[in-house]
Design a protein. Structure first.
Ligand code: HEC
Ligand SMILES: [Cu+2]
Length: 358
C-alpha cells in the first residue's frame, strides 16, 4: 500500500530534534548570559548574576557553575546514551520479533544507586559550605550597617550610624581606609513580603514582615548596579527597583556629609514651601529641618540627590516631578500617594520648592 508522507510524519521521524534543541538551549543560554557586556564601571546593562562585583555574588556564581557543570555532564552522557541507543537498537525493517526481555542486573543497579548518591552528597557538602560562608548572623568586622525597609512599592534605607534616612538608592563605599568594606544589611518589611535582590552584589533575600533577615554584600568594583524587588508584592511590584551605587571612598564620604545636613531653606521658594507645609504632604513625608515629619513615604530632605522617583518608575526631572505632584497615579497607578488635587500654580510652586532640596 502506498502511503503519503506528510510534513508532520516527516517531522515526527526526526527523533533527534528534541534532544538537539535541548542540548543547544543548555549550552547556549549560560554562554550568552555569561558574556553580558559591562556598561559603566562594574555595572552590566541589566541585572545579571553572571557578572558578580561583590564577594558573596562571586561565591554564588562559583557554586552555580559547579552545579551547572556536574548536571551538564550528566545530561550530555545520558542524552548521548539515549540517542546512541535509539540509532543502534532501532527496529530493523520488517523485523517483528520481540526484543530479548532482561530482568535485573545487580552491578548496573548498584552503579545507578551509588553514583547519584555520591553526586548528591558532593553537591550537598559544597552548597552547605557556601551557605555558611555567605550567611552572616552578626555583622562582620568593620562593616557598614544599613537597615532596608520594604514598603509597597519603594525601599527605605536607614543609615543609623550616620543618622539619616533615604529612599530607593542604596549608596555604599568601595573601601574604608583603603580596605574593602563589608556591607551588612538588616532587612525589614513595613507591609507584605518583598525580596531584596541586586544580582551583581549578592543573593536574593526575602524581606518579611515581623521578621528580620540579614544580607552581606562586599563590593569589589565601583558602579551603579540595578536591582529589583523579587517577590510579588502587589500591583506596582514591577516598579520597585533598587539602585545600588558603589562609590570610591571620598565620594561616599561626600555623599554622607550631604545627606546628614538638614534640608536647604531657600526663601525664594517660600510660596511652594508654605503650600507644602500646609498640605497633607507633611503627614506622609519627612523634610528634615521643617515641620514635615511623616514616615509613611520616602524622605524628601535630599530628593534632588536622587536620580529616580517612584522607585525607578521615572527619572527625577522637573517635568516628571510636575506630573508626579499633580497626580502620581498617572506615572505609577495604584501607588500609595493620592493626587493632592492641587491647582496648576500650586503644583508649580511645590515643584519649585522640591527642586531646591539638593
Ligand atoms: C498619603 C501619603 C502621602 C501624601 C499625603 C503625599 N505623598 Fe508623596 N509619596 C507617598 C508615597 C507612598 C510615595 C512613594 C510611592 C511609590 O514610589 O510607590 C510618595 C512619593 C513621593 C515623591 C517621590 C519620592 C521618591 O524619592 O520617589 C515625591 C516627590 C512626593 N511624594 C511628593 C509629595 C508632595 C509634594 C505631596 C503633597 C502635595 C505628597 N507627596 C503627598 C505618599 C504620600
Ligand atoms: Cu516588592
Amino acid at each position: 500500500m502506498h502511503r503519503r508522507i506528510t510534513a508532520a510524519t516527516r517531522l515526527a521521524r526526526m527523533r533527534w530534534i528534541a534532544p538537539a534543541l535541548l542540548i543547544a538551549l543548555f549550552v547556549l543560554t549560560p554562554g550568552a548570559m555569561a558574556t553580558a557586556p559591562i556598561c559603566e564601571n562594574g555595572a552590566a546593562p541589566s541585572p545579571t548574576m553572571f557578572v558578580p562585583m561583590s564577594k558573596p555574588a562571586e561565591l554564588i556564581l562559583e557554586i552555580s557553575w559547579l552545579v551547572w557543570g556536574i548536571c551538564g555532564l550528566i545530561f550530555v552522557i545520558m542524552e548521548g546514551l539515549i540517542i546512541w541507543c535509539i540509532f543502534k537498537y532501532r527496529r530493523a525493517k520488517d523485523d517483528h520479533t520481540e526484543a530479548p526481555q532482561i530482568y535485573g542486573s545487580n552491578p548496573i543497579e548498584l552503579a545507578w544507586t551509588v553514583v547519584p548518591t555520591l553526586i548528591v552528597f558532593v553537591l550537598f557538602l559544597v552548597t552547605a559550605r557556601t551557605i555558611f560562608e555567605i550567611e552572616k548572623t552578626s555583622p562582620p568586622e568593620g562593616s557598614l550597617e544599613i537597615t532596608v525597609i520594604g514598603h509597597q512599592w519603594w525601599w527605605e534605607f536607614d543609615y543609623p550610624e550616620q543618622g539619616f534616612v533615604t529612599a530607593n538608592e542604596l549608596h555604599v563605599p568601595l573601601t574604608r581606609n583603603g580596605k574593602s568594606v563589608p556591607i551588612y544589611l538588616t532587612l525589614e518589611s513595613n507591609d507584605v513580603i518583598h525580596s531584596f535582590w541586586v544580582p551583581q552584589l549578592g543573593g536574593k533575600t526575602d524581606v518579611v514582615p515581623n521578621h528580620i533577615n540579614h544580607l552581606w554584600l562586599e563590593p569589589t568594583m565601583t558602579g551603579t548596579y540595578v536591582g529589583q524587588c523579587a517577590e510579588y508584592c502587589g500591583t506596582q511590584h514591577a516598579n520597585m527597583l533598587i539602585t545600588a551605587v558603589v562609590h570610591p571612598e571620598e565620594e561616599f564620604d561626600a555623599w554622607v556629609a550631604l545627606q546628614k545636613t538638614e534640608a536647604v531653606n531657600d526663601d525664594s521658594v517660600a510660596t511652594g514651601r508654605d503650600l507644602f507645609q500646609k498640605t497633607a504632604c507633611i503627614n506622609c513625608h519627612t523634610i528634615r529641618g521643617t515641620v514635615a515629619n511623616g514616615t509613611f513615604a520616602p524622605d524628601l530632605t535630599h530628593l534632588m540627590s536622587r536620580s529616580v522617583i517612584g522607585a525607578g518608575v521615572v527619572s527625577n526631572t522637573p517635568d516628571n516631578l510636575m506630573t508626579w505632584v499633580y497626580d502620581p497615579q498617572i506615572l505609577k497607578p495604584g501607588c500609595r500617594m493620592p493626587s493632592m488635587k492641587l491647582d496648576e500654580q500650586g503644583v508649580k510652586d511645590i515643584v519649585q520648592y522640591l527642586l531646591t532640596l539638593k
